[in-house]
Ligand binder design. Structure first.
Ligand SMILES: NC(=O)c1ccc[n+]([C@@H]2O[C@H](COP(=O)([O-])OP(=O)(O)OC[C@H]3O[C@@H](n4cnc5c(N)ncnc54)[C@H](OP(=O)(O)O)[C@@H]3O)[C@@H](O)[C@H]2O)c1
Length: 395
């Protein structure tokens, strides 16, 4: 079985289909599956963390000066953290990004880009797992109004998820309370409403601690990000079929763009209806299935649709094989967990779950923003946008 698992891990599962393709088809949820590499930002150089962000000069969303706040932003080097930093700065908030030291980072932190693309933001190198570093290098005895956290484990593996999504957040929460922070805005995920995976349990455990803390909280649980629904653009462009699980209608979601989500997160600071609430949130429009995503992509490329259906049982076989082999090799156990994550997204919708019926409900899923996935696909196809995906390095 171990041999079978590693063949599945490295080789071809269906003609023209690798394990990597399957995970891309299964809507990878996070950086691990998205690759674990930093995309868009070289976070080894802290002052670069803010370089790609939108210009702060126009400030179309700027608030009256009395509503401006001093914000600690975590996860500023990630996909949504980058966008959220931009949204906060555009509103006129004073943003301080706590980023981790990375190999090759300079010993001291340069100030933000002097060209002013990120006026109002600064960057501090902080070990978020270390209370001393948080208070000495991070909050540093200064007043902060809020913490906005877009931080999450990049691997999604159980140990990393508990270390970052749970324990590091607990450490930050404690330090924030000591620093007199009044509001904690947390980027979570809609999938925690049906927690079958370790990283979901870790997120839920911190959500519970935050709610219990007495601090004002806004827990934002978004649906699927565009980057997680863009894994097949390249293979389709290369003339390969779009991979579907089952008939391609097992799941649906209302995708949300980075920018729309960032605006929603930033809005939690001033919109009282988002205080002390758990906030599921999707993008605009109808819920769409993977088959509809494929159809849209072929239409944009001007090609007739070509699909290949993959039985969910194939993922089950991979999970079983990797789990058995994982008893001998921890690296294969980690891959088994990543395959379980892939299976979850192949079979569970990113919509509000009705606890009475146990069914996902598109109509009950709140929406925000204006940017649609198919507009994004169009931009990618015509070269004016690129998915922030990194390498799908699961198998
Ligand atoms: N993908 C989806 O469709 C989807 C849908 C709903 C919800 N979500 C959730 O959204 C959240 C954020 O997603 P994302 O795609 O923006 O994440 P991401 O791009 O992977 O970014 C993660 C951020 O967390 C930081 N981080 C990770 N480990 C750290 C550590 N040990 N110390 C300090 N910082 C650390 C990273 O910093 P470095 O740059 O230093 O690594 C990075 O800034 C996740 O919780 C995810 O579950 C995702």
């Amino acid at each position: 079985m171990g041999q079978g698992a590693s063949r599945a891990a490295e080789g071809t599962l269906l003609p023209g289909t690798t394990g990597r393709d399957l995970i891309a088809a299964a809507m990878p949820p996070r950086g691990a599956i998205d690759g674990g590499s930093v995309t868009g930002i070289d976070s080894a150089v802290p002052d670069q963390a803010c370089r790609d962000r939108p210009a702060a000069t126009a400030q179309p969303d700027a608030l009256p000066s009395k509503a401006r706040q001093r914000i600690c932003l975590l996860g500023a080097t990630g996909t949504i953290g980058r966008a959220t930093g931009g949204a906060l700065v555009r509103r006129g908030h004073d943003v301080v990004c706590f980023v981790r030291a990375r190999p090759g980072a300079p010993a001291s932190v340069a100030p933000p880009d002097p060209a002013g693309r990120w006026d109002g933001a600064s960057v501090r190198v902080v070990d978020v797992a270390d209370p001393q570093s948080l208070s000495r290098d991070g909050f540093a005895g200064e007043p902060f109004d809020a913490v906005v956290s877009c931080m999450a484990s990049r691997t999604g593996a159980p140990g990393d998820a508990w270390a970052i999504d749970h324990r590091a957040h607990l450490t930050v929460l404690d330090a924030a309370q000591r620093a007199g922070v009044a509001h904690f805005v947390l980027l979570s995920a809609i999938c925690v409403q049906k927690p079958l995976l370790a990283f979901q349990q870790a997120k839920l455990a911190f959500e519970a601690a935050l709610i219990e803390s007495g601090l004002r909280y806004s827990i934002v649980r978004p649906t699927a990000f565009f980057k997680s629904l863009s894994g097949q653009i390249e293979r389709v462009r290369q003339g390969k079929p779009f991979l579907l699980f089952g008939d391609g209608a097992l799941t649906a979601c209302t995708p949300i763009s980075d920018r729309d989500l960032a605006d929603y997160i930033a809005g939690c600071l001033e919109d009282e209806s988002r205080w002390n609430r758990v906030l599921p949130i999707g993008g605009p429009g109808e819920a769409i299935t993977p088959r509809q995503q494929g159809e849209a992509l072929f239409a944009l490329l001007g090609r007739p649709p070509r699909f290949r259906s993959v039985p969910v049982g194939l993922l089950d076989a991979i999970i079983a094989g990797l789990s058995l082999a994982g008893a001998l090799a921890p690296s294969l156990a980690a891959k088994a967990e990543l395959a379980r994550i892939g299976r979850y997204y192949a079979t569970e919708s990113m919509l509000v779950l009705n606890p009475q019926t146990g069914r996902y409900d598109a109509a009950a899923t709140p929406s925000t923003g204006t940017e649609t996935l198919f507009d994004f696909y169009r931009d990618v196809v015509n070269g004016s946008a690129a998915p922030d995906r990194g390498d799908h390095a699961v198998f």
